[in-house]
Design a protein around this ligand. Structure first.
Ligand SMILES: *Cc1c(COP(=O)(O)O)cnc(C)c1O
Length: 397
């Protein structure tokens, strides 16, 4: 079958919840993807901030193959070595104390919400606690995660949401304070907002929110699902500022392609929230997923991923600044490490489609922003190639 035929079959069989780009991807190699007709694409999306180590990393693939040949799944009612190894390593890189593995980012958010509510419940026995989340945030598509997602468009048809969620503005402490009541149990935010348009939380804001939480025994939940796992140049974005959350979520690059997420907490929250019988998952943290996590964390260290993010990230940032100078269509650039947004005064869909046609995979973050979340192994030469294709795609208008 050719590409067109596959796409027709897809549209006849899959539920149409995505307006997909007109390409059937087939293979990956390093920072490149190939479609089923053999056309090569430079990948600056990495499956939306997932495939951090690049495609066909031999050590990663070998670790998965070895685990497949041992056992793929057991159950959380038994211990398994990959989960123990993965949890130990995740604790070490995060400085958090307790790990619960999930199958996705949204599930990690669900778990974080439950842990925060239980923590507050154990304090006062009440069942009407409130959570403050941010406008323009994105936390996932399940009902709890959707309820804290600050985008009314995603929520509207699915009302009612879970109750007692209030919204504030990121980087506006007063707006947060205005939502705090004696029922507030948690403040939830992405350390760098991803889907909402690449808005990094400012250091001062984070520190003040942390102080506010400490003062009132409110839990700070940082969603590091997109901005974590090295993307901003530290393992987790909050580590740049030393503002430690009480609960943290991770997913996307955690397994580099194998579906896995986690929520982590401090010992204090761990001792006073979810306990036996409170939460569970059949697949979450199964040996295959955890073999991936474990190997990913090893490879981050062995391959000096953070150093690469810092040096290439700075280069990418400079190059994107230059585009803002050079082209009137771009009005601003935001981002940190290898997580950037190029802001336009108009929709960017056409530029992204032309880039795809020219062999470059990009994606938007909101209608007017081109998002850059490449594999964390990209080189400066890859950045130069990306910029050349992007400029060509701009000129084709
Ligand atoms: C992608 C994302 C999620 C949801 O993760 P899924 O694995 O798609 O459920 C939650 N929070 C943030 C910040 C994300 O980027």
């Amino acid at each position: 079958m050719n590409m067109k035929e596959y796409i027709d079959e897809a549209e006849a069989a899959l539920l149409h919840t995505y307006n997909r780009y007109q390409v059937v991807l087939d293979q990956g190699e390093g920072v490149y993807l190939y479609d089923i007709e053999g056309k090569k694409y430079l990948d600056f999306v990495s499956g939306i901030a997932v495939f951090a180590l690049g495609y066909q990393n031999k050590e990663y693939n070998d670790a998965l193959k070895a685990q497949i040949d041992k056992v793929i799944h057991t159950s959380n009612y038994y211990y398994n070595v990959p989960a123990i190894e993965a949890a130990k390593k995740l604790k070490k890189v995060s400085g958090m104390d307790r790990v619960f593995f999930t199958n996705s980012g949204a599930e990690a958010i669900e778990g974080a919400i439950k842990a925060a509510r239980k923590y507050a419940y154990l304090k006062d026995g009440q069942t009407d606690h409130e959570i403050i989340a941010m406008e323009h945030s994105f936390h996932g598509r399940t009902m709890g995660a959707l309820s804290v997602t600050g985008n009314p468009k995603y929520r509207e048809a699915f009302q009612p949401m879970i109750g007692n969620i209030r919204f504030a503005q990121i980087n506006d402490l007063e707006s947060v304070k205005a939502q705090v009541t004696e029922k507030t149990c948690a403040i939830l935010l992405e350390t760098v907002q991803g889907e909402g348009g690449i808005y990094p939380a400012e250091e001062e804001f984070l520190k003040q929110v942390r102080a506010l939480c400490d003062e009132k025994d409110i839990l700070l939940i940082l969603d590091e699902i997109q901005c974590g796992m090295g993307r901003t140049g530290t393992m987790f974005a909050w580590q740049r500022f030393g503002v430690k959350p009480d609960i943290m979520t991770t997913a996307k690059a955690l397994g580099c392609g194998v579906p896995v997420g986690a929520f982590l907490m401090t010992e204090k929250v761990g001792q006073h929230s979810l306990t036996s019988g409170d939460h569970g998952t059949t697949y979450g943290g199964n040996p295959l997923a955890c073999a991936a996590v474990s190997k990913v964390l090893d490879l981050f260290e062995e391959n000096h991923i953070l150093e690469n993010v810092n040096s290439v990230g700075e280069y990418l940032s400079r190059k994107l600044d230059e585009l803002v100078e050079k082209y009137d269509v771009f009005t601003a650039h935001r981002g940190v490490g290898l997580m950037h947004g190029l802001v336009s005064g108009q929709p960017v869909g056409d530029i992204i489609n032309r880039a795809l046609n020219n062999g470059l995979i990009l994606i938007n973050a909101g209608p007017n922003i081109i998002r850059f979340v490449p594999p964390l192994i990209i080189s400066k030469e890859n950045v130069d190639d990306m910029i050349a294709i992007l400029e060509k795609s701009i000129a084709e208008e």
